[in-house]
Design a protein around this ligand. Structure first.
Ligand code: BT5
Length: 268
């Protein structure tokens, strides 16, 4: 752990100073994965703490996919004691996607959410934002953890490509810097944590409404890989605790987890 770079004021003390949310911050210049460090803190019974790193050397996506995390991004994991029943914990993932989208929008970026938890920037060439060439700005990895006493915690890991160039990132990615120029990561982290704090204290219905407002997926033709046969159809809604409702040729289906692809609209 270190105090960070005083010139950029991106460190625990600077972030906590202007933060209007009840989180302590633990900053690392470099770490394997902030989610793994968050799990250690949860095991020790610590909550309302945010692990933040300038660089991750072992950043993880869902299903153990690699998450590229060079120096300059916002890589953070929030440890929360969920005040919700276990079945409604996935709502916190939606809340994190909304918080990230809103922090990006406050920085002037036209971001939106692809179900369940990718924050994308649409390519913008179509008025209805439906070209399908969206670029990924951020991803969310939510995990559960238990303290040694058996108390349940949720770790909300957020990776946001902030002060980076896309050539430092996998193909199909974008960054805040590519969209709007230099980024003050301290301000972005503060806004992100504040938005998340508001939403985690909101009802499930309020989170779902906020998610629907920010969604790029609703109204689109999608293909969702669930491990069985892919489900193809028009995404029409999201319902608690985060399921996607799809109208298919076989009728209406609800998908709880999977990888979603936005399909190009059929030319008329
Ligand atoms: C995610 O997984 O989108 C969740 C990413 C969560 C990362 C955060 S960073 C802080 C915390 N600590 C961690 O170790 N993880 C969390 P998924 O939907 O599975 O997407 C993974 C895929 O996104 C990869 O297979 C790549 O194709 C792509 N990818 C990898 N790095 C990327 C990046 N920096 N930006 C955009 N796309 C990326």
């Amino acid at each position: 752990m270190s105090g960070g770079d005083p010139a950029s004021e991106y460190n625990a003390a600077a972030i906590e100073r202007g933060l209007d949310a009840p989180f302590a911050v633990e900053y690392h210049d470099s770490i394997g994965s902030t989610n793994d460090r968050a799990r250690e803190l949860a095991a020790a019974g610590e909550a309302s703490i945010v692990v933040l790193a300038d660089e991750q050397t072992g950043g993880r996506g869902r299903l153990d996919r690699e998450w590229s995390s060079p120096s300059g991004g916002i890589w953070c994991s929030i440890v929360v004691r969920p005040e919700r029943p276990p079945e409604s914990v996935p709502i916190l993932t939606l809340a994190a996607a909304v918080a990230t989208t809103r922090a990006a929008r406050e920085a002037g970026i036209d971001a939106g959410i692809k179900w369940p938890n990718d924050v994308l920037v649409p390519d913008g060439s179509d008025a209805d934002r439906s070209s399908g060439d969206d670029r990924k700005l951020a991803g969310i990895l939510t995990e559960t953890a238990h303290s040694e006493e058996g108390e349940r915690f949720v770790i909300v890991g957020i990776g946001l490509n902030a002060d980076l160039d896309p050539d430092q990132l996998p193909e199909g990615s974008t960054s805040m810097r590519a969209q709007v120029g230099a980024v003050d990561r301290r301000l972005v982290v503060q806004r992100l944590l504040e938005r998340f704090d508001e939403l985690r204290c909101s009802s499930d219905d309020e989170v779902l409404d906020a998610w629907r407002e920010d969604a790029l997926t609703l109204g689109r033709q999608v293909r969702v890989e669930t491990g069985d046969d892919p489900i193809v159809g028009k995404a029409v809604d999201v319902t608690a605790p985060g399921s996607l409702v799809i109208d298919t040729i076989h009728g209406r289906e609800r998908v709880h987890a999977g990888d979603c692809e936005h399909l190009r609209p059929v030319e008329e």
